[in-house]
Design a protein around this ligand. Structure first.
Ligand code: GCW
Length: 660
């Protein structure tokens, strides 16, 4: 039986799957071959599209040449999730060796639209570069007194949890799974990596609630994972210890995991934040993080599950006067000595930069230094430090730079990520899913880059536009590119300069506060004084962080003369008069970029204003309203940053503009 397409609750935006995106395929005669749950999903999609647009979708009929589209499972070895696409003699064919591949093939046809049914096309094989393309939800089950329902969530509540309970709005969850499948995401973790008391129990007596979510996502090929607490044997099991080498602890995890698989046979595995920002971990027992991860890998091994062990481990009780401790060094220092010690079922999940999802960071040196460990790269789709979905900040270009970066061994980060590409989700129960409607582009782009890390982000944005606005009138596509293409660099311009990071208000991290974290224990300093600004991370005179890179990066970053401008203050403390490669002094660069950043927001806002009538009114209004806030906030950033550095340096703006 074809699986009916999930019905969106009243008022919920269809994002990149509006019915009109299915026009081309829905007007055709289609035949679907094969059997299995995901084949029913594919059939359901086509049945719905045909109902709307007058085509016909039949099953397993004898091919008589009268079909425009034939989709089927074939004997071809296309690999997991791969599909072949071809068009000859007026028939388009999609062949896959498994159900997920067929579903991805269908969405490929949807993306192509009419082009999928025009002319002839030689057989192309499409396969995901990375087997795991995952979103981590930082959703709490119970509302957290400080972090709320969704930690760093800017799109309302959670799709899964509300006030301590499962929401059970499974149609919405199914619709979510469908959106994820359409951009290639195949796994999610359903709860925050900070595992509080209520959330911990999802592993044991509340696993049924997770199973319901898993059931809703399964038809779209999305597997479910769970964040667990390392202390669970104590807090849930009543054992005196959580020591990873203790026999009873190992037995407890084995049994708990067996029960998880009883409830969710295709369960993906665990996500663990250990010894980080107050979460429990193996350090308490004098054990290494490999020993900790391997404990969980062993429990998951009989079922083929994976533990995603996060490398975000650092000292968050630092003293700013202590110039030898450097948070940027921490992940490398902790984990590189453990290379080769992690079990096959353990994946080390590494944030893309050494600090914490800033608008500009170098690529984590850890990603080039653990060849004998399965690594996953973690991005942050939720815009914690990039405007919190009140600002337009399309992160495609930044992620693409990260994924194409090559460490010494010659592999790109996209190739190193054998354990997958993971991102912190930006979705909530907001009618637009992501709060800011244009933040949908970030989620879509993440999925597509996880499928193909070397894809051109601009081409991905084109896809997103074509799907989301299938009836785009003249001018809209250009307008969307105009407001999105450069939005990341615009955001960078009006916030913390030259890679130095932070300068945000403590706690919630929205809006400027240049010294907000300057004297706090979190290890995020810019060290501005009357002479200059920036962090000396060189080997010769600084923290030595630059030495964690191989060639050519270590040398390049070591000297302020060769360090790329955009990372200068991440690697060096320089005088305000230091001349950048651009020919400007650092102080003048700060002034200029902050003025320009605000001007660019003003321009983008005007472009958006000119698109009234081309975009559905509710979406237009939501974006327009957010532009007002973005502009207000950008001005605040400009004024705070410029006046701060004017006062510190005493150097006036070379162009004589008013510094507020
Ligand atoms: O970016 C920081 C966030 C924390 C988050 C942490 C992490 C879930 O401010 O809210 O905790 O990173 O990645 O674990």
């Amino acid at each position: 039986m074809p699986l009916p397409v999930p019905v969106l609750p009243e008022g919920v935006d269809p994002a990149w799957l509006p019915p009109a995106a299915f026009r081309a395929v829905g007007g055709r005669r289609t035949m679907i071959r094969g059997s299995g749950p995901l084949v029913e999903t594919v059939h359901g999609e086509l049945a719905e599209a045909c109902r709307r647009f007058g085509g016909r979708a039949v099953r397993d009929a004898v091919p008589d040449g009268a079909y425009d589209l034939v989709l089927g499972l074939g004997g071809d070895d296309l690999g997991d999730e791969g599909f072949a696409f071809a068009r000859e003699d007026g028939t388009t064919t999609v062949t896959a060796s498994d159900g997920r591949g067929l579903l991805y093939g269908l969405f490929h046809v949807v993306r192509l639209g009419e082009a999928a049914f025009t002319g002839a096309r030689a057989r192309e094989v499409h396969r995901p570069a990375l087997a795991l393309r995952m979103l981590d939800h930082w959703d709490n089950v119970a509302v957290h007194p400080v972090m709320g329902q969704v930690e760093r969530g800017y799109a309302g509540g959670s799709l899964f949890w509300e006030d301590g309970r499962a929401r059970r709005e499974l149609d919405r969850v199914r619709a979510y799974g469908r959106l994820l499948a359409a951009c290639g995401i195949n796994a999610i973790s359903v709860n925050n990596v900070n595992v509080h008391a209520a959330e911990a129990r999802l592993l044991t007596d509340r696993i049924g609630e997770v199973a319901e979510i898993a059931g809703a996502l399964r038809p779209y090929g999305v597997r479910t994972h769970l964040s667990v607490s390392f202390a669970a044997p104590i807090t849930l099991g009543g054992l005196p210890t959580a020591d990873p080498l203790d026999r009873t602890v190992r037995g407890w995890w084995a049994e708990a995991t067996r029960r998880v698989y009883q409830a969710i046979p295709d369960f993906g595995g665990y996500v663990v934040k250990a010894d980080s920002e107050g979460q429990p971990g193996p350090f308490a027992y004098g054990r290494s993080h490999a020993e900790g991860a391997n404990l969980l890998a062993a429990a998951l091994e009989p079922f083929g599950g994976t533990v995603h062990w996060r490398a975000f481990v650092y000292d968050h009780r630092q003293d700013w006067r202590d110039r030898t401790t450097d948070r940027a060094r921490a992940a490398y220092d902790h984990f590189v000595p453990l290379d080769g010690e992690f079990a096959a079922g353990a994946v080390l999940q590494v944030k893309h930069g050494p600090m914490d999802f800033q608008v500009r960071e170098p690529v984590s040196p850890l990603l080039g230094a653990m060849p004998r460990t399965r690594l996953a790269v973690e991005l942050q789709v939720t815009q914690e430090y990039t405007g919190q979905q009140r600002h337009v900040c399309w992160l495609g270009p930044m992620w693409s730079e990260v994924l194409r970066f090559r460490h010494e061994q010659g592999l790109s980060v996209g190739e190193v990520a054998r354990g997958g590409l993971v991102a912190v989700s930006n979705v909530g129960d907001d009618p637009f899913w992501t709060g800011h409607p244009l933040a949908q582009a970030n989620l879509y782009t993440f999925g597509r880059l996880a499928w193909q890390p070397d894809a051109e982000p601009g081409a991905v944005l084109d896809e997103w536009i074509a799907l989301s606005f299938p009836d785009a009138l003249e001018g809209l596509t250009g307008g969307l590119h105009a407001v999105l293409d450069g939005s990341w660099r615009t955001y960078e311009k009006y916030t913390a300069p030259l890679g130095v990071g932070f300068m945000v208000q403590p706690g919630h991290h929205y809006g400027p506060s240049v010294d907000g974290y300057e004297y706090s224990p979190w290890g995020t300093y810019h060290f501005a004084d009357r002479e200059g600004v920036g962090v000396d991370r060189g080997v010769a005179s600084g923290t030595g962080y630059a030495g964690q890179y191989g060639k050519p990066w270590a040398e390049l970053y070591e000297s302020p003369d060769t360090c790329p401008d955009e990372l200068l203050l991440f690697f060096h403390h320089v005088p305000y008069g230091h001349v950048l490669k651009s020919g400007k002094t650092v102080i003048q660069h700060i002034y200029d970029t902050h003025f320009e950043g605000v001007e660019e927001v003003e321009e983008a806002r005007a472009v958006w204003g000119s698109l009234t009538g081309l975009v559905d009114p509710a979406r237009h209004a939501r974006v327009a309203e957010r532009y007002e806030e973005q502009l207000r906030s950008a001005r605040e950033w400009r004024d705070q940053v410029n006046s701060y550095f004017f006062r510190k340096s005493g150097v006036p703006d070379g162009r004589g503009r008013l510094i507020h």
